[in-house]
Design a protein around this ligand. Structure first.
Ligand SMILES: Cc1ncc(COP(=O)(O)O)c(C=O)c1O
Length: 443
């Protein structure tokens, strides 16, 4: 029986309407930016395998680190025990994270990194003798699929079925890239004023503000001005609430800096990391906190313990690949490479914005997003799906967010590969503008 037939018998895929979705494509291997299909095609991984890959698939340096670690210690319970990869990674992170984030709590994916952050902020205040039940998050925010992370996320097709299950979160306006470009004062006026008035009213009941700094990802790849992020930090300080930076997507170079908070030279009180942390190899989550947060839990009273953990906390294999990932950033000057990719994106962005069918182009670091003008229907917009299928036919994986197409390749992508993707994007847009569809059947 073929792989896809076996898949149909038992599997249930994420974010997939199994009745109507096209059959999944069997992948038998991957190298660099290329995924190899069972029937011998090579597909360019234009979304870094759900925004996780950094240095390309099957990188020999990371493979070796993983293999070596597997030979010495594959896993051990992390309560009551410790090990070299967990300690080494925490040291490396403390070195490169924004100032003050010196405590590392491990979990196993982006959503759990966020759950940990929310619970940590909530219990921080309890341990200090204050009941603070409120969180403030932003419009268009997305923080993951577990119940707390969904509560912090803005309402969408993802959260709709679970609406009654979620806790209430106050929601402030987020800056929109289009508006930001037009409004130089934006950070002091419309956008930040909504957060300010929420904090003015609710500060003493608010545990934390949670944001995706500089780039709101799943909400539509919304790029901020750094001034807004500065303002968020200022307001949290002024009103005495914690700031959680969810850098699950933005961490490890995706916005051009190692961490997006660096664009505004701010440090949050708590930061969530996952995705590119392990170069796209293994699930691992990190919630980093300041000593001030840690100290609220450090006590003779056992009830002040942070009672949270997962079976695979600090998995040594995952920590070992994360270490190799960070070493490669140094060895291969990855941040410089992301800068070069960004320049190519900006050059092509000029061409892209000339297309009538493109409503907006948004670029930051190694992320290029463009929103199609003729689209409606949010995340479920048909046009995004049609474009996705057409790019797949052309051997490029560009999974959209509704009508927002995005290109976020592994940093190891070559210039010639980027140019080839740009040519394909222009071709598809030309067809779309002429015929109103992503593809004209040649038969
Ligand atoms: C900003 C942000 N936070 C959290 C998550 C959830 O991460 P995971 O899919 O690993 O649970 C995502 C996933 O896209 C994300 O973009």
């Amino acid at each position: 029986m073929k792989l896809v037939e076996r898949d149909r018998k038992h599997l249930w895929h994420p974010y997939t309407q199994e009745k109507t979705a096209p059959l999944p494509i069997p992948i038998v291997g991957a190298k660099g930016v290329w995924l190899e299909t069972e029937d011998g095609r090579k597909l360019l991984d234009g979304v870094s395998s759900w925004w996780v890959n950094t240095h390309g698939h099957s990188h020999p340096y990371i493979n070796k680190a993983l293999q070596q670690q597997a030979e010495s210690l594959e896993h051990v319970i992390f309560a009551g025990f410790t090990h070299e990869p967990a300690v080494r990674l925490s040291e490396m992170l403390a070195e490169i994270l924004p100032d003050g984030l010196d405590r590392v709590f491990y979990s196993d994916n982006g959503s759990t990194a966020v759950e940990v952050a929310l619970k940590m902020a909530y219990q921080y205040w309890r341990n200090k003798g204050q009941e603070r039940r409120t969180f403030v998050a932003l419009e268009r925010g997305y923080h993951g699929d577990t119940v707390g992370a969904m509560s912090a996320s803005d309402e969408s097709a993802f959260t709709k079925p679970f609406k009654d299950l979620l806790f209430t979160v106050l929601r402030a306006d987020a800056p929109h890239a289009l508006e930001c470009e037009r409004c130089e004062q934006v950070c002091d006026t419309s956008c930040a004023s909504s957060l300010e008035s929420l904090l003015e009213k609710h500060a003493t009941d608010t545990a934390a503000v949670i944001v995706e700094p500089m780039l709101q990802g799943a909400g539509g790849m919304i790029v901020w001005q750094s001034g807004y992020l500065k303002k968020v930090r200022e307001l949290c300080d002024r009103y005495g609430v914690l700031l959680i930076a969810d850098e699950v997507l933005t961490g490890f170079g995706r916005t051009g800096r190692m961490f997006a908070c660096e664009h505004a030279a701010i440090s949050p009180d708590i930061m969530c990391l996952s995705k590119a942390l392990t170069a796209g190899y293994m699930p691992l989550g990190v919630t980093a906190a300041t000593e001030r947060v840690f100290e609220a839990f450090y006590d003779d009273d056992r009830l002040k313990t942070f009672f949270h953990g997962h079976s695979y906390c600090a998995n040594p294999l995952a920590c070992a690949v994360a270490i190799a990932n960070l070493e490669l950033f140094e060895l291969e000057n990855t941040l410089d490479r992301i800068g070069a990719i960004n320049r190519k994106f900006h050059e092509y962005g000029q061409t892209l914005s000339q297309f009538e069918s493109v409503r907006d182009v948004r670029i930051i670091g190694g992320v290029l997003a463009f929103e199609l003008a003729a689209a409606d229907g949010g995340y479920l917009a048909d046009i995004g799906r049609d474009f996705y299928l057409e790019f797949l036919r052309r051997n490029i994986v560009l999974r959209p967010l509704g009508s927002v197409m995005l290109f976020m390749p592994p940093y190891s992508i070559k210039d010639s590969e980027i140019e080839w993707v740009f040519e394909s994007i222009s071709d598809v847009l030309l067809v779309f503008e002429r015929f109103g569809v992503a593809r004209v059947d040649e038969s």
